[in-house]
Structure formats: C-alpha cells, structure tokens
Ligand binder design. Structure first.
Ligand SMILES: *Cc1c(COP(=O)(O)O)cnc(C)c1O
Length: 416
C-alpha cells in the first residue's frame, strides 16, 4: 500500500493498526470473519470504476464486456452452490436486500412476521425501529421462556391470528438450527410466503452442517460476509416465479448501479465455498463452537438454550454478576473481541443488556481448534473475573496475543 501511504498517511496508519489488531486479538464477533487474499484483491480492484445499471445483457450503459461476464459468473456460482432457480447478487448489503424483498412481494400495509429482535431476530424482520416495522405491519414471534428455542405451536397460533403475507426465518443471535420445513408448513396453512434469511448460517448450509432451506423457502436472502467468508454484500435467491419481481425491486426499485468490485469478490468467495476445504471449515466452525460452549458451561457460564448447534453462543452473564457491556469491555481489554447482546426476556435495556454473543467463524478461519477454544474459555473466565482491573486484563491480553501469533490471519501479511 505504498501509494496509500504517500497520499493519505492517516488512513494508511489506521488500516495498519487495524491489521495488527485483527492479528493480535481473538475475534469472536459472530458476524465477522477473515476473507481470503483473493477476495481482498477482487474487492480492491479497478472494478470500482465501473457503472453498470441493469443486469447482464440488459444494461443501461455501454462498455460492459467484462462486467457482464463477472456478474454472470457470480450468479451461476450462487445458483449451483445454493441449488436455486434464480440469484440476484446486486444488493449492497443484507438490510437493503430484505427491504427489496418486501418491496417486491408485499403491498403497503401487509404483515411481516419475524423473530423479535430481543429474541435473536434481525431489525429488518419487522422490528418497530426499522423501516420494515414502520412501512409494513409486523407480528413478532418469540423463543420459549424456558428452552429458548422456537415453539412451533406458538408460531402457528400467531400466524393464524395475524395472517402475515411473509414469514421470516433466521436471525442474528439464535444458537440453534432453523427448521425450515416446519416454517414452510405454517406458511402454507396461512397463505404466506417463506423468507429464509440465512445471513449468519449460509456458510454452514453450503458446508453441509446446517439444514438446507432451498426445498422449502420461496425466497432466500444471505449476506456474503459472515460465515460465507466473502466481501460485504448480499444475495437474494428465489424460485423462478419471483425472479422478475425481485430483480425489479433491487434495480430500479431500490438501488442504482451495482458495486462491481463486490460482485467480483462474491464470485471468488462462492468459488472458494464450493471446495472440499470449505466443507471442512464449516464443520470445524461448528465443532469449535461446541467445544467453546462446553468449556464455558464447565466454568459456570450460563448459555442461552444451554449450548449451540451452529457457529454462535449466547452467554447470559447474570450468573457471573457482570452486565454484558462491562463483560464485553473487559474482554476487549484482554484482547478478546465480542459484542454485548440481549438475551431472551432480558430484564435490561438493549444498550446495556445481560448477555454476550460469541462466534467461531473468524478464529476457525485462522486454523484454531479445540485446544485454542479451551484456552479462549479460560482467558474469558479470567477476564470476566477481573473486569475493571486493567493490570490483570493487560496480562491476559499479552497471553492472548502470544496465542494468536501462532495462527496467521488469512489475507493479512504483517511487515513489522
Ligand atoms: C447481518 C444480517 C442482516 C443485515 O446485514 P447488513 O449487511 O448488516 O445490512 C440481515 N439479516 C440477518 C439475519 C443478519 O444476520
């Protein structure tokens, strides 16, 4: 990055600092990952120069000889990998992708039924502060108070009462598997469409360690930057009958020109995700999460739903007598990065909730395994016990960094 260093030393230095931080810390934010060098190169390419409103072969700009081929490759790879009729790879990110889906398939005033945000859903599943809960009506289902898993009797009862036009599965803080078949049965009973928002688990699905929504969902949305390990972006996939409506809603309905550098990087990530190595990776993400969960349980942490089936863990810190925000800050000072999170039926406010969300996609991309998961649980236990004690936290951070340096971070070559 010699030219960046000359032109803008401030930004250059901050990127270098972030590289160092991403190498020297244990990154447990469940939605984050490390992309490959190849994905980084495509993302940083001259494709950012191009405008190409429209779709391959149907553009509003000339000069698309290369861009059309890039987008077609991305689309074809998405269709093959997720076994779907149609894929749109242009959404700028997951949130606008969901808005485009509702814009395509709903009328103003129709009802969206999704998992409530404090129970692990996403803002764009109809939560009141989101455009999706203001411009459309919304009904929100919750997880069971005791088991913390989706209770299908209650989902069914709510669907029959509220008659949603679309039911959304998927979330950001749900540590269990999604039963797409049961959701599709309920959707059929009430004449609703089924949207599978697989943003968090897309990599696990293509890796064969999470149920596949393709046989059951009318529409599938995924971000490309979480377990899928691609650039920041999103894709909408659907049956042929919804293809035209979805494409029109993305462009010209909601967006302008697609981000072609992102499209190229999505194509690269999809190629990587189709390899046998990626299947091994997905399996390891899940087994690492189980090991970390077991070790935390053994150390007296209480986990929402009692454990995990996927890549993420939701810790309820109430039993450790520490609040989520204080816990996350202590962990960050110790070199372990995660986010505070509400737990289902949280008595505290979202800005200072009771829980922590942890995930294993990023540490698994560095090649960490069972031994490191046990070590991380030990570091976490010590850091939470010493919350507020900066000297102790710094000592833990030094040990964390020492462990991290043994596991090169994909895409990052540190010079000094
Ligand atoms: C991350 C996520 C989104 C939104 O993605 P952004 O790219 O952050 O807008 C939507 N739905 C789910 C389930 C997510 O996890």
């Amino acid at each position: 990055m010699d030219e960046l260093k000359r032109t803008d030393p401030d930004i250059y230095q901050l990127i270098k600092d972030e590289e160092r931080y991403e190498v020297d810390s244990v990154r447990l934010i469940a939605s984050e990952n490390y992309v490959s060098k190849a994905v980084l190169e495509a993302t940083g390419s001259i494709l950012t120069n191009k405008y190409s409103e429209g779709y391959p072969g149907r553009r509003y700009y000339e000069g698309q000889r290369n861009v059309d081929q890039i987008e077609t490759l991305a689309v074809d790879r998405a269709k093959a990998l997720f076994k779907v009729d149609h894929a749109n790879v242009q959404p700028y990110s997951g949130s606008p992708a969901n808005v485009a889906i509702y814009f395509a398939l709903l009328k103003p005033g129709d009802t969206i039924m999704g998992l409530a945000l404090p129970h692990g859903g996403h803002l764009t599943h109809g939560w009141p502060v989101s455009i999706t809960g203001t411009f459309w009506k919304s009904a929100q289902y919750e997880v069971d108070r005791e088991s913390h898993v989706v209770d299908f009797d209650k989902v069914r009862a709510l669907a029959h009462k509220e008659r949603p036009k679309i039911i959304v599965t998927g979330g950001t803080a749900y540590p269990r598997l999604w039963d797409f078949k049961s959701f599709s049965e309920i959707a059929k009973e009430v004449g609703a469409l089924l949207l599978a928002d697989i943003s968090h688990v897309a990599g696990l699905i293509v890796g064969g360690v999470h149920p596949d929504p393709a046989p059951y969902a009318d529409v599938i949305m995924t971000t490309t930057h979480k377990t899928l390990r691609g650039p920041r972006g999103a894709m909408i996939m659907c049956r042929n009958e919804y293809a035209e409506a979805i494409d029109k809603a993305v462009f010209p309905g909601l967006q302008g020109g697609p981000h072609n550098h992102t499209t190229a990087a999505i194509a690269v990530a999809l190629k990587e995700a189709a390899t046998p190595e990626f299947k091994v990776y997905a399996k390891k993400v899940v087994s690492n999460a189980k090991t970390l969960a077991d070790e935390l349980l053994a150390r007296g942490f209480s986990l929402v739903s009692g454990g995990t089936d996927n890549h993420l863990i939701l810790v309820d810190l109430t039993s450790k007598k520490v609040i989520g925000k204080k816990g996350a800050k202590a962990l960050d000072a110790a070199g372990i990065v995660c986010n505070y999170n509400t737990v289902p039926h949280d008595p505290r406010k979202p800005f200072s909730p009771s829980g922590l969300r942890l995930g294993t996609p990023a540490v698994t991309s560095r090649g960490m395994g069972d031994a490191e998961m046990r070590q991380i649980a030990k570091f976490m236990d010590e850091a939470i016990a010493h919350a507020g004690d900066e000297t102790e936290l710094q000592k833990i951070a030094a040990a964390v960094t020492e462990m991290c340096r043994k596991f090169p971070a994909p895409g990052i070559t540190l010079i000094s």
